[in-house]
Design a protein around this ligand. Sequence first.
Ligand code: SAM
Ligand code: SF4
Length: 328
Amino acid sequence: MLTDKFGRKINYLRLAVTDRCNLRCFYCMPETGNNWLNRSELLSWEEMLRLCSVMVGMGISKIRITGGEPFVRKDIIPFLAELSALNGLDELTITTNGVVTAPLVPELKRLGIRSVNLSLDTLDRQRFVDITHRDELDKVLETMYTLIAHDIKVKINAVVMEGKNIQDIAPLVALTKDLPVSMRFIEEMPFNGGAQHYATLAWDHMRILQEIKQHYPTLQKITDPANSTSYNYQVPGHKGDVGIIAAYTRSFCGTCNRIRLTPQGTLKTCLYDNGGTNLKDLLRNGATDVAVQAAIVHAVSGKAKDGHEAERATHPDGVHESMAMIGG
Ligand code: SAM
Ligand code: SF4
């Protein structure tokens, strides 16, 4: 079992399989001028599978596939099929923007995927276009309904942004009335790849909670699962529930159980860490599995106490990369 120097057990890998995306959410990446990784810089599917296999052998029992948009990378389904067959992997989940996902849902179900996170910041078509710079709301909603119809657990992620989607908080909570979804509101973080926009924490988790309570005064606290990054609530009588993720406040680092692997094979032990360990070069230089394991153990032993410590160590100039390079 992988354990860091604070005694936190690491059993969860978030794997970003591409930096590319078919949306341009303004809080994540600039609309133009993105320097996409070329193919040789990306980990191949075989390299990813090998690293996942090594990590599962070290106690990683849950893997989340993310990106960029995972479903824009060719041949992801055969990769997921091989990954889902890894002995020791208990849970394989995906985070997607839902634009091209709906037709793939039956295949995801066949592969045993039980839970998908879907990003959706607004139910209003014009605001969707303003935020993502693409007119794709209908396809995202189709994915949501298709996942529900296939009995796949849906967690909806909405980034809360001053002046952009505050009026959407109540309608998004209203979705939980008849749909069995977890609606999660996320504090905006400063990972937009240098776009001319700065996350401000104008809407921190406490303010988001106040806003929800104004519309739903009966909102009740419910139990937070182990290692949960969200504070969880429910409106009595609603089928679904509501979560608030203090991603910028960083109040959940004490129980962090995760590591991240970027599309170019950098192992990050904290979301706010803009350095990392280059596992791709290690693989391409012929490292044995034992050597790869040693590099992972070493990286985990250096995991920062929390996101503030990681950020102080690596962001002296306050510049943050795109979330599409880290995977959220
Ligand atoms: N493309 C997929 C999607 O959007 O679901 C997966 C990758 S995306 C980087 C993963 C998650 O990060 C999404 O839920 C997105 O809303 C979130 N995200 C991206 N940029 C963010 C930011 N600056 N602050 C907070 N969350 C962010
Ligand atoms: Fe693409 Fe997801 Fe980033 Fe939006 S948040 S631009 S969908 S990677």
